[in-house]
Design a protein around this ligand. Structure first.
Ligand code: FAD
Ligand code: FES
Length: 277
């Protein structure tokens, strides 16, 4: 997925504020003019402490960006040292911030937009849905969200502006449909023809979404969240295997063309091009 994108810059951002919006899940607004032009799907590499530990930067998707105020928002779950430190930084704290990185979701074509998110995969979908609706308030944007339990779902106030229609699923049945979010996707696709699916979340969920879309002959874009180190294409720590069909017809993929670096070629891919495990 190639396209116009702003060049990444490494500069200091400052925390404006952080609020807990769901269980162990935080929304942080950054004063970061150099990434405020970010497009939906792009991400930031944040260094939350000037210390050797934690050593690596942390990739987080941009959830909202406003060039007029020079701010960018990230939503993240406290899962380890870097996310925990960020969630505790007081307002005004400096954060080294490289971005915006990667490609982005393309502008919607004709037809409906169907966003399918799970876990920490929701932020880029919220950004995309909000952008589509801000350009065309009549656009048909559906959001299907899966979470382990009700307390992990983001509040309506955070999610509402990103979709004209919103359905929830939980693994334990405490909110919305009891079962995987892919059940909702199957229901939705049974009723529709002209739709493009955008997905981000756990790899297993995205693999299932890709399979369902292939079976319904629906175009699907997936934003991958592989483990990353450098974030600029050097360490090859973020590669994904491409499906054989992604190569030149009639030619086998070589070791060099068989893998793609998510940080420079992605994170957004045509889901049919990925060799899902
Ligand atoms: C392009 C991209 C965008 C991302 N966007 C978001 C986002 O918007 N919100 C968000 O909460 N997280 C996002 N992530 C994941 C986030 O980067 C990690 O959760 C974070 O780096 C964890 O750092 P930590 O030091 O807190 O925990 P660590 O100690 O590094 O990890 C804690 C646990 O999380 C697991 N983990 C770490 N990174 C990943 C990953 N990439 N995929 C699956 N499991 C992982 C580890 O295996 C471990 O079990 C994104 C990742 C990528 C590559
Ligand atoms: S994270 Fe180093 S090449 Fe992608």
């Amino acid at each position: 997925m190639k396209g116009e994108r702003p060049s990444p810059t490494d500069a200091e951002a400052r925390v404006c504020w952080t609020v807990e919006i769901a269980e162990k899940t935080y929304l942080t607004r950054l004063d970061a003019g150099h990434v405020a032009q970010a497009l939906p799907g792009q991400f930031l590499q944040l260094c939350v402490r000037e210390d050797v530990s934690p050593l690596l930067r942390m990739p987080l998707s941009v959830c909202a960006a406003d060039p007029t105020t020079g701010t960018a928002d990230v939503i993240y779950e406290d899962v380890g040292p870097k996310t925990h430190i960020l969630s505790r930084l007081p307002a005004g704290s400096p954060v080294a911030c490289m971005g915006p990185i990667g490609n982005s979701f393309p502008d919607p074509g004709t037809g409906a937009t169907l966003l399918v998110g799970g876990g920490i995969g929701l932020p880029p979908l919220l950004f995309y849905g909000s952008r589509v609706l801000s350009r065309d308030p009549q656009a048909e944007v559906s959001l299907l969200v899966g979470a382990r339990t009700a307390a992990r779902h983001l509040p309506d106030g955070v999610v509402g502006g990103a979709a004209s229609r919103y359905r929830r699923a939980t693994d334990d049945g405490t909110s919305g449909h009891a079962g995987p979010v892919t059940d909702l996707l199957r229901e939705d696709l049974a009723d529709r023809a002209a739709v493009t699916v955008f997905t981000c979340g756990p790899a297993g969920m995205m693999a299932a979404v890709a399979t369902i879309c292939r079976d319904h002959q629906v175009f699907c874009l997936a934003s991958l969240e592989e483990y990353m180190a450098c974030g600029f294409g050097v360490c090859v720590g973020c590669v994904v295997e491409l499906a054989a069909e992604a190569g030149t017809p009639g030619q086998d993929l070589t070791p060099y063309s068989r893998y793609s670096r998510v940080c420079v070629d992605g994170p957004v891919y045509d889901a049919s091009q990925i060799q899902w495990a």
